[in-house]
Write a protein that binds this ligand. Structure first.
Ligand SMILES: Nc1ncnc2c1ncn2[C@@H]1O[C@H](COP(=O)(O)OP(=O)(O)OP(=O)(O)O)[C@@H](O)[C@H]1O
Ligand SMILES: Nc1nc2c(ncn2[C@@H]2O[C@H](COP(=O)(O)O)[C@@H](O)[C@H]2O)c(=O)[nH]1
Length: 200
């Protein structure tokens, strides 16, 4: 029997300002859609309490991160508030080629780089209900000093200006509602791609 053509997986990029709830919403989304493959990023930031190497991030020294850049091991990378963050290339490319849908949870600078090399990706901007909610969420997380909180909020006001480059905007008012909306976007994108495949 002839082997069935295996289309590449969807690259789903969830992005938005720090503290909007990307991690929380993506966690809920991964429970709804267990077949999603999550890309673990590399970072030079120190682990927060409870974060595990290889699970939350691959924690790297500045030297190791620079080596990854020089060896073209990242599909994108960005400096964000004094630390480097990047998406390992091999894992993403192999997973897509095997037909798996891959989820990236990255900042806005990184998402815009990915859009250039993977224009067929699905780009979703997560927004807080208000800027004040964003501040409260970061404060309540307790992860920042007053200075880094301020830097993250300044970055956020610049990041929302890039919203028009994205395919979808989802407001993270209620976590479950936001993750349900992203699940619907994924289903709709699969249907759209089916149509394109049938037309060819
Ligand atoms: N819909 C929501 N309503 C209220 N609080 C929320 C909501 N979504 C997330 N939070 C809370 O906001 C804080 C920030 O969420 P989270 O860490 O998921 O954001 P993030 O966008 O991944 O941040 P970063 O980009 O800095 O990693 C957490 O304390 C989380 O529990
Ligand atoms: N460009 C990239 N940004 C990333 C990546 N992984 C995470 N991030 C984003 O960085 C900020 C800060 O994260 P934090 O864990 O220190 O709060 C946040 O917006 C993340 O989404 C990545 O691989 N590339």
């Amino acid at each position: 029997m002839e082997a069935k053509y295996q289309p590449a997986g969807l690259l789903i990029v969830v992005s938005g300002p720090s503290g909007v709830g990307k991690g929380t919403v993506c966690h809920s989304l991964r429970q709804r859609v267990p077949t999603l493959t999550y890309s673990v990023s590399a970072t030079t930031r120190s682990p927060r309490e409870g974060e595990q190497d290889g699970l939350n991030y691959f924690f790297k020294s500045h030297y190791q991160f620079k080596q990854m850049i020089e060896h073209d091991e990242l599909i994108e990378w960005a400096e964000y508030v004094g630390n480097y963050y990047g998406t390992p290339r091999k894992f993403v490319e192999n997973s897509l080629a095997e037909g798996r849908d891959v989820l990236l949870e990255i900042d806005v600078q990184g998402a815009l780089q990915v859009k250039k090399s993977f224009p067929e990706g699905v780009f979703i901007f997560l927004l807080p209900p208000t800027f004040d909610d964003l501040r409260k969420r970061i404060e309540n997380r307790g992860s920042e000093t007053p200075k880094t909180l301020d830097h993250r909020l300044t970055a956020a006001s610049e990041e929302v200006k890039q919203l028009h480059y994205y395919d979808y905007v989802v407001i993270n008012d209620e976590v479950e509602q936001a993750s349900e909306r992203i699940q619907s976007i994924i289903v709709a994108e699969h249907c759209r791609r089916e149509r394109i495949l049938i037309n060819h």
